[in-house]
Design a protein around this ligand. Structure first.
Ligand code: NAP
Length: 258
């Protein structure tokens, strides 16, 4: 996608990676609208970035998605980019029974919420001369962490969905891109934004922007490359090596030797 002169809706734009993207794209002269569950939190970001706008949107709520999408199209007819970034992550252990509420919440947010948000805006996006739909999936969509099995599965599904949609939208004005972050310091899943093992949001956004601004279908920063490179017939060897390291040191970006 081009990095300037857009009107961009970012879900989950009030915190973490979404907030980092929102600030960086706002600074490049785009009109940025951030959406999320907590309007108070979103408004704090808007206050620090005059000209940005915020809207309350729970992407688990199909009716709210429709209402918000209609309102945005009428208020911002030039809206041409949707960044599906909102997500939740819960630890699980699929060696035994798992919490059904968390399973539903994860799938409804990460997968169905992104699909519905896109469906509500895609016809409008096709009317714009240059448009983009971006998904923040994850390296865990390529190589899962076994203790976040359902989360990893939603990201793998999102990756698959993005490829289908990219093919279906070929020849239109709408480009479909996927951002696949490695471990980035945010509060996702109760994480510690200052974990020294994680990439900082600022470093991540700095590295990702030129890739997002290119023709790349997938935005894979350096620390994410090993996960992308190990998909294929032998990927389970890498899955085992990766999960052994996670068991030993916790979340990490360290090199994995399968
Ligand atoms: N951090 C990482 O290491 C990492 C790695 C790979 C992929 N990702 C992906 O990056 C994206 C952003 O995550 P993050 O790391 O920046 O964590 P984050 O700060 O927790 O961001 C997640 C955002 O999603 C919003 N959200 C959650 N449920 C929502 C709902 N039902 N409707 C609307 N908004 C909702 C949250 O809003 P509230 O704060 O109001 O709940 C929050 O702003 C996620 O899709 C995540 O899966 C992160």
């Amino acid at each position: 996608m081009r990095l300037t002169d857009n009107t961009i809706l970012i879900t989950g734009g009030g915190t973490g990676i979404g907030r980092g993207l929102a600030r960086a794209l706002h600074a490049r002269g785009n009109k940025v609208i951030i959406a999320g569950l907590d309007l108070g939190e979103l408004n704090v970001v808007v206050a620090g970035n005059p000209g940005m706008a915020a809207v309350k949107l729970d992407i688990r709520d199909a009716g709210e998605i429709q209402r918000v999408a209609k309102g945005l199209i009428s208020q911002y007819p030039e809206l041409n980019v949707l960044i599906n970034n909102a997500g939740v992550m819960y630890r699980d252990d699929v060696a035994g029974p798992i919490d059904d509420g968390k399973v539903s919440d994860t799938i409804n947010t990460n997968l169905i919420g992104s699909i519905r948000s896109t469906a509500a805006l895609v016809e409008h996006l096709k009317t714009r001369p240059e448009a983009a739909i971006v998904y923040t999936s994850s390296t865990l969509g390529f190589i899962p962490i076994s203790l976040f099995a359902v989360y990893s599965a939603t990201k793998a599904a999102l990756h698959s969905y993005a490829m289908s949609q990219r093919f279906q939208l070929r020849g239109t004005s709408v480009k479909v891109q996927e951002i696949n972050p490695p471990y980035v310091g945010t509060r996702l899943g109760g994480g510690n934004p200052d974990d020294p093992r994680a990439m900082t949001v600022d470093d991540f956004v700095d590295e990702l922007l030129p890739i997002l601004g290119s023709d790349a279908n997938e935005v894979i920063v350096k620390l994410a490359q090993q996960y992308r490179e190990h998909t294929g017939p032998d990927e389970y060897k890498f899955v085992v090596a990766f999960n052994e390291v996670i068991k030993r040191v916790g979340p990490t970006n360290e090199p994995i030797a399968p």
